[in-house]
Design a protein around this ligand. Sequence first.
Ligand SMILES: Cc1ncc(COP(=O)(O)O)c(C=O)c1O
Length: 389
Amino acid sequence: MTFDNTPDRRGTHSVKWDSMEAIFGVSPDEGIAMWVADMEFQPPACVQNALQKMHDHGVYGYYGEEGDYRAAIKWWMENRHDWKIDPSWIFTTHGLVNGTALCVDAFTSQGEGVVLFTPVYHAFARVIKAAGREVVSCELVNNNGRYEFDFDAYDAQMTGNERMVILCSPHNPGGRVWTKTELQAVAAFVKRHELILVSDEIHHDLTMPNQHHIPMANIPGITDRLVTMTATTKTFNIAGSHAGNVIIEDPDLRVAFGARMAALGISPNSFGLFMATAAYSPEGAAWVDELRVYLDENRKIFDAGVNAIPGVQSMPLESTYLTWVDFSGTGMSPAEISKRVEQGAKIAANHGATFGPGGESFMRFNLGAPRAQIIKAVARLQAAFADLQ
Ligand SMILES: Cc1ncc(COP(=O)(O)O)c(C=O)c1O
């Protein structure tokens, strides 16, 4: 498998490439899209073959008999994450932003608080606010370029109006793979304040080769408050399939979640289920392991290049392909930084402030791309900040 050769996505309704000019003012003709979290790579052959088989059959009706789909998810969680699940615990949503929205809807009421450890994936806050709930931002501590929790501060922040916490594990942005001790501390916090814990583990497969993700479900004593969200979409670069899994062991939480799914008439898209079943296989696993090595090399090249710019520091990624770069040492305003990145380097990257408090001096760059593109991006960034050398 080589990740060096990728198709041109411009003009294919790719939000990453075809919306970059409208949003960032960077033309796809000369620019590099490094924002939205999908990669440039085609998925493994097993996924492509599953779609080809559907195409050859040529009838696209409703999907039923989910046994092999659920068995594939169970196999993957046990083999890749040492997490034993029962197929009956699985709900299929239209992706995990949809899963998040359903959790907010099922487990909280209007005006109640949902805790986020910020900066964090921007859609969480968007969904919480749109549902008329309150975002409670608990800022992560940036300890020498590594995010850590500060539960003493968070305890002091709680008012009693909070109902739920959404944890991003591994963390986006910043790429932390939370340790067992940290996850235990999150669980203790959740119990102390009698909250529901939604653990978004969508990035769990994309750890760097020397890192190991621990599912929150494997932390003892938390399952009666826990909802875990996973998907094939980030791992296999099939985000357009919009299929996610909300996995709930606790029967009461499962009834509440299932009731909202039923009330909203949510049933799965057959393309997503065929792709997920094919992806969660030994062939899919081998592909992911090659991908992780490739992403790790991209990360090293990008970090070495941007960290050579005075005042610029990327967080060492433990997982994800979304690198989080701190420009605070340049002394420039966020507007000046994004102007240089967009108009100077002609790169579309996420603005840090959109990830909530603590993100203001950062930008997020997507490294899920062929190596040549990463090398080109580094050279452009160095040129855009050349006056600092
Ligand atoms: C933490 C996290 N959750 C969810 C999503 C998106 O999920 P979906 O495409 O399944 O809605 C992303 C995408 O970047 C993400 O980073």
